[in-house]
Design a protein around this ligand. Structure first.
Ligand SMILES: [Zn+2]
Length: 412
């Protein structure tokens, strides 16, 4: 582990236009609101919650609903709140006094995903896209911390904190850098670490993750049925105008579906980021209409788009997207590994999985999503990638390649 001592923080004065400054101020307001809200939740009268995972579970969706902050900044605000509460608990343990933290000084914590530091400017995530902030650098360029750490290839930017200086009336960016050589140890360790979000695709639920999130296919199915009915009645009239109308209904439908699939793919990528996954794993789509007898062409089209959109968005976040051969992922018990076609009692409805061996009773899509994640990890192990710690993210912890479960994978 690299100690904090190797971190060098370099303050850089920023310069920007009025609209960029305005967006940063609004982002700070929302960041402080989010961090203070998480402290409120963490600060239970009887006990203090310091686990980032627990605080995530109890605050993430509320904050996302109420706040325009992008997902990564919601996560940063939660981390800052968790660290502040943890700091209080540690002070108490050391016999010192500490009162409930409240963030008032104007700042935003950025990580490598939300800030990009260039030679003469940085781009920063805000509530409304990124802003560009120019650096105001000292005229004398030698022997400055900027020359030593910021523009030195031996150092790497790990993140930054944006501060607003009320006295100078300007923004400062405190850029955190670490020696690149030492980074190799930690960064490579991180890169080898594989944590998978498994995604099952279906008709009732268009997507289900191994963390237990479901996206209903209801709207798609409803629109599709209406479209088919309308097309049927229009085609019966048989005129040229009817043909034009059919195309128009089709285009309108396509636009609505695409928009919905963009939203779902954004949320899938967010789900992976929030659970600190490195990979998103889908099943291969070849033959999916054979595996899902009720699937229509529109479902295959939607699955193709969804995988395409997620791949595109995930790559820009540094996540890897893979597809596995889905054989037996719906028949296998994700708890004990027992595989049998009757594990899924068809007479009890499609939604239920019940293991004939261990009795594990769970939503069938959730079971399949976990198996999809596990399948990828087992394939990796077979191809000689053992050794590295690997796991599938679950809604309340993490499962490793052997199916062993650890409930505290993210506590900290
Ligand atoms: Zn079982």
């Amino acid at each position: 582990m690299v100690g904090e001592s190797s971190t060098r923080t370099v303050p850089v004065k920023l310069e920007m236009g009025e609209s960029a400054a305005d967006r940063l101020h609004q982002t700070i307001d929302h960041f402080l609101d989010a961090a203070n809200h998480v402290v409120d939740v963490a600060w239970d009268p009887d006990w203090k919650i310091t686990s980032k995972q627990k605080l995530h579970d109890q605050t993430y969706y509320d904050v996302r609903d109420d706040s325009p902050l992008p997902a990564n900044l919601v996560q940063s605000a939660r981390n800052r709140a968790a660290e502040a509460v943890k700091g209080c608990v540690e002070r108490w343990r050391g016999g010192k006094k500490a009162s409930k933290p409240h963030f008032t000084s104007r700042f935003v914590s950025y990580d490598a995903r939300t800030v990009t530091v260039n030679d003469d400017h940085a781009t920063l995530a805000t509530i409304d896209g990124r802003v560009i902030a120019e650096f105001v650098l000292p005229d004398e360029s030698r022997d400055t911390p900027h020359a030593a750490y910021l523009f030195n290839d031996d150092y790497e930017v790990k993140g930054a904190t944006l501060h607003y200086d009320e006295v100078e009336v300007c923004f400062y960016l405190h850029v955190r850098t670490k020696p690149a050589v030492e980074n190799d140890d930690t960064e490579e360790g991180d890169a080898k670490y594989v944590s998978v979000l498994g995604v099952d695709l279906g008709i009732t639920n268009i997507a289900t993750t191994s963390t237990g999130r479901f996206w209903s296919g209801g709207e798609l199915n409803h629109w599709h049925r209406e479209y088919e009915d309308r097309r049927g009645s229009l085609q019966q009239t048989g005129t040229r105008w009817a043909h034009v109308n059919v195309q128009r209904v089709g285009r309108k439908q396509t636009g609505r579906f695409e928009q919905m699939l963009h939203t779902i793919s954004n949320e899938l990528v967010e789900e992976a980021l929030e659970n600190e996954c490195t990979h998103i794993v889908f099943e291969q789509l070849t033959g999916i209409r054979d595996r899902l007898p009720h699937a229509k062409a529109v479902h295959k089209w939607a699955f193709d788009r969804l995988v395409e959109y997620v791949t595109y968005k995930a790559e820009s976040e540094g996540l890897v997207v893979k597809q596995i051969n889905p054989a037996y992922t719906s028949q296998r018990c994700s708890k004990c590994g027992f595989t049998h076609e009757n594990n899924r009692p068809h007479n009890n409805g499609q939604d239920e999985f019940e293991c004939l061996k261990c009795g594990y009773d769970v939503h069938a899509d959730y079971n399949a999503a976990k198996n999809i994640g596990l399948k990828y990890l087992r394939d990796q192990q077979k191809s000689g990638r053992g050794g590295a710690p690997v796991g599938v993210r679950l809604n309340s912890g993490m499962m490793n390649v052997n199916g062993e479960y650890s409930p505290t994978a993210l506590s900290g």
